[in-house]
Design a binder for this molecule. Structure first.
Ligand code: NAD
Length: 406
């Protein structure tokens, strides 16, 4: 097994290229640049990208940033980006380390003086109030959530607790403490399926259709309410499906990749005609950085991709990338569809494009990068992942009979 790409053995390569190519515009002191070249791999640096050129004038004195859910998939991209590119900010990551989170995803940041990891649960009002005050938090990137639609057909109370209550607790703590930005990371799924209507602009009425997206929409309502009622400086983001390395392999791209790496099958829900648009995680972290530094308080921003593919075609594309096209049928199995499965989502992201953001990573480039990463790390990152690779990884509710015991 090759060492993790953040091990020191693989980190000292191409230090000059790294500094020159990706951090050219950053006003990094020498010590920070040294840490970057020592601990951040070339693999991650490509995704970390470069600093935002413009910053809203009221953000000039921002010092402390809290990233919730930073040990998860997208949160870890955001944390790496902020720590590496902005040494003037101190990045606090709070995460309860649920089954899908791993401190391994943040290991490369451990030696940076502008980074602190705190294990904790955002649903605890006392803890969050203490944290915001103690660390003098100026800005919150809120990503912590239960995120897997399949699970939400099982124990959906967990989704209400973490996604709705968790967001409410955070908003209340932010209101009492006072902050400069609350960036709430939501999803395109809040619009519901988009079949015979145009791509959704941000003012589309929300119409979620599964328990996961319903809790994300409910959380958004609270976020908007805190803006209207208390003037909390919020921004909301709604993105397409996100894929890439570091994602717990329960979502379709990472799950198919990990199954194929084990010589297994891609379990296709229904007839596989449902389609999704995909964004590489590095591009989404870029979008969140753009929205933080340049977005308008009170506004929502779609983060969209033009690239769309059906679930069945995605399976076929990956099987071809693995060089297994002559065994296509052996690696695809059609299974029962989800309880409800939106046919497609589509957002109009022209508003974000006007801030200068564009996705940079072509789908196949992101897939190949993901395959490379999972082939090295899938078996060690989260422990045993076999339970995620089944057709429907439901985390079921406690049975009704047991709840009637008293
Ligand atoms: N992955 C996607 O395709 C996608 C698309 C659009 C929007 N989003 C949104 O982006 C955000 C991040 O998604 P992701 O895919 O990185 O999720 P993820 O499941 O990989 O990570 C979520 C993280 O949140 C943590 N967490 C959950 N509940 C918590 C709590 N109560 N307190 C502290 N930490 C908690 C988990 O431990 C985990 O590390 C979510 O809000 C999600 O709804 C994701």
């Amino acid at each position: 097994m090759a060492p993790p790409d953040n091990d020191s053995q693989s980190l000292n390569t191409e230090a000059n290229t790294v500094n020159g190519k990706h951090l050219g515009s950053a006003d990094l002191d020498e010590q920070h640049a040294e840490l970057v070249s020592k601990y951040i791999s070339q693999f991650d640096l490509v995704d970390i990208g470069s600093r935002q050129k413009n910053t809203a004038s009221d953000l000039k004195d921002v010092r402390n940033i809290l990233v919730t859910g930073g040990a998860g998939f997208i949160g870890s991209f955001v944390a790496r980006k902020l720590v590496v590119l902005y040494p003037e900010y101190h990045i606090y990551v709070v995460d309860k380390l649920d089954y899908c989170g791993s401190t391994r995803s943040l290991k490369s940041l451990g030696n940076f003086p502008n980074y602190t990891f705190i294990r904790g649960d955002i649903t605890s009002p006392d803890f969050m109030a203490f944290l915001l005050k103690e660390k003098q938090i100026d800005v919150i990137f809120h990503l912590a959530a239960q995120t897997h639609v399949d699970n939400s057909f099982g124990d959906s109370f967990e989704f209400t607790k973490n996604n709705v209550m968790g967001t409410h607790v955070l908003l209340e703590a932010a209101k009492v403490h006072g902050i400069k930005r609350f960036i709430h990371v939501s999803t395109d799924e809040v619009y519901g399926e988009v079949v015979s209507r145009p791509d959704c602009p941000e003012d589309t009425i929300l119409a979620p259709s599964n328990p996961y997206s319903a809790t994300k929409a409910a959380a958004e309502c609270l976020v908007k309410a805190y803006y209207m009622s208390f003037g909390l400086p919020i921004l909301i983001t709604r993105s397409n499906n996100v894929f890439g390395p570091y994602q717990y392999p329960e979502k379709i791209c990472s799950k198919f990749i990990c199954s194929l790496l084990r010589g297994g099958r891609c379990f296709v829900h229904g007839d596989g005609s449902n389609s999704r648009k995909y964004l590489y995680a590095g591009d989404v972290a870029d979008a969140l950085d753009t929205i933080f530094h340049q977005g308008q308080v009170g506004e929502s921003y779609n983060i969209g991709s033009a690239f769309e593919i059906s679930n069945l075609d995605l399976a076929k594309r990956l099987i071809r990338l693995f060089g297994l096209e002559d065994k296509m049928d052996e690696h695809i199995e059609f299974v029962q569809d989800r309880a409800f499965n939106d046919r497609r989502y589509a957002v109009d992201c022209s508003k974000l494009e006007r801030l200068g953001w564009r996705p940079k990573t072509p789908f196949d480039v992101g897939l190949v990068k993901s395959i490379e990463w999972y082939s090295r790390h899938a078996n060690e990152w989260w422990g045993d992942i076999a339970c995620a690779l089944v057709p429907h990884p439901l985390k079921a509710m406690p049975p009704y009979e047991n709840s009637q015991m008293i």
